[in-house]
Design a protein around this ligand. Structure first.
Ligand code: SF4
Length: 456
């Protein structure tokens, strides 16, 4: 949970209620500050020890770290809890596709296109990838520099420069340092050189070790806070279990305010490909291990596969994990057109739980049907829950018909309600005067259902 309560934050504020921060009072600023709806910098009157103390207290246990600049910059970390139901997780895991200077031009081109263009629409949200990780397979600074230069002309999203060779990283930073790439990685052997490069270019830095104690020593000796941790990934035997244990331990220690370890985690399941010759097996395992790491607190993943079937589960899992558990995902109530419905088209009644609405509208679209969908405000509850709580009721359906002028959009007077709301049928007919048809259990059979039952 947050390190500080609103009342504790208020005590450190000037308490003049001057409104310069845009809030009516200092207490409302304090409330927004601890719920991360405003920033400390908006109070220009906070100074000295109070500023320092409050600044420390509102910095999340897992510090947020920015990669990139301007509109394409992304933030990783910024987390405050072990389990999302304790509050929420704030920064969805960023997924980077790797590309290397030892790949053919065509392969690199394919990877750039995939990183830029692979999108999936789910529950009204467009899910995308986040960046490119540029590996140096040649260990040749010149060759790597040319590669980085070529890729950076075609791709303007966030970049990771990957090598353990400081000369290689230095060459990459000469070319794209202004874009604030993530520098990957400083290990015990190159900490001074690579750490120095990251500081010189003011870029975020990955610090690598599979020992938490060593990582803590390295981060505290750096005196730099734009840090991401790589705990190493062991993929064989009991190694994977040990990797997961380290990830969990790191989050626990961060939440105990062990500052040397209070940074986001990076995982590189792309390493799987080093041990597998079969691309299908490698992509499958990579996807599984990436999912495990995402579940165990990885804020950033580097993957090699550009197969949609192996990336899609990661995007959907990420959406699920990072949905705010304090509120149901909802769409606005209303009368929506799907396809090109006219006055004879059916009106399908459903709830405003996003997954329900997008499933029903997706099924209508999939079969090239035309329908009106009457979405009732059920506080985001799905049909069965909304019926049980009374949030889907005959009275609410009557109100929605009136509010969204359903009677003017069609010349018939018929509604199709979900099967789970079937016992409301009589009440809806009494309240509205409309004929009610009970729809199928699942909207995937809506086409067959309407072909058999719908007549005007
Ligand atoms: S600017 Fe600072 S002092 Fe003024 S109301 Fe806001 S929090 Fe209070």
């Amino acid at each position: 949970m947050a390190k500080i309560t609103a009342m504790e934050a208020y005590k450190l504020l000037p308490k003049t209620n001057c409104k310069d921060c845009g809030e009516a009072t200092c207490i409302s600023f304090a409330l927004k500050l601890v719920s991360r709806e405003t920033e400390l910098g908006k109070c220009p009157h906070l100074k000295g020890g109070n500023l320092e103390e409050l600044s420390d207290k509102v910095t999340p246990y897992v510090r947020p770290v920015e990669i990139g600049v301007g509109g394409s910059a992304i933030v990783v970390g910024g987390e405050e809890v072990m389990y999302r139901h304790e509050l929420k997780f704030f920064s969805p895991t960023k997924i980077f596709i790797d590309a290397g200077d030892n790949m053919s031009e065509d392969e690199v081109e394919d990877r750039i296109k995939f990183a830029k263009g692979f999108t999936v629409e789910r529950m009204g949200e467009v899910l995308t990838l986040d960046g490119l990780a540029l590996r140096c397979g040649s260990d040749d600074p010149k060759k790597y520099g040319k590669f980085v230069e070529k890729v950076s002309r075609k791709y303007n999203g966030p970049i990771i420069l990957c090598s353990l060779n400081a000369k290689v990283l230095g060459q990459g930073l000469k070319i794209v340092g202004e874009r604030k790439p993530l520098v990957y990685a400083a290990s015990r052997d190159n900490l001074g050189e690579v750490g120095g490069l990251a500081k010189k270019h003011d870029c975020p830095l990955v610090v690598y070790s599979n020992s938490l104690q060593e990582l803590g020593e390295m981060t505290s000796s750096l005196g730099y806070d734009k840090i991401i941790l790589d705990l190493g990934l062991e993929t064989t035997g009991s190694g994977l279990g040990k990797t997961i244990d380290r990830c969990v331990m790191q989050r626990r220690l961060a939440l105990e305010d062990v500052k040397e370890l209070g940074y986001p985690l990076l995982g590189a399941p792309a390493a799987i490909w080093n041990n597998s010759k079969d691309p299908v097996v490698a992509a499958t395992w990579e996807s599984i291990i990436a999912a495990i790491l995402m579940d165990r607190y990885a804020s950033l993943l580097i993957v090699h596969s550009i197969e949609p079937w192996s990336i899609l589960p990661l995007l959907t899992l990420r959406q699920c994990i990072y949905t705010d558990p304090r509120s149901e995902p909802q769409v606005d109530a209303g009368l929506y057109k799907v396809g090109d419905p006219d006055e004879n088209s059916p009106i399908l009644v459903t709830t405003n739980f996003s997954l329900t609405y997008f499933t029903v509208s997706g099924d209508v679209r999939k079969y090239n049907m035309d329908a009106h969908i009457l979405v009732i405000d059920t506080k985001g509850f799905a049909v069965d829950t909304a019926v049980a709580t009374g949030d889907l009721s005959a009275a609410k359906i009557k109100d929605a018909i009136k509010e969204f002028n359903a009677g003017e959009k069609v010349k018939h007077r018929k509604l199709v309600i979900p099967l789970f709301a079937s016992h409301l049928r009589g009440a809806i007919e009494d309240e509205t005067g409309w004929e009610v048809l009970v729809g199928p259990r699942d909207s995937s059979s809506i086409q067959k259902y309407l072909q058999e039952k719908w007549q005007t």
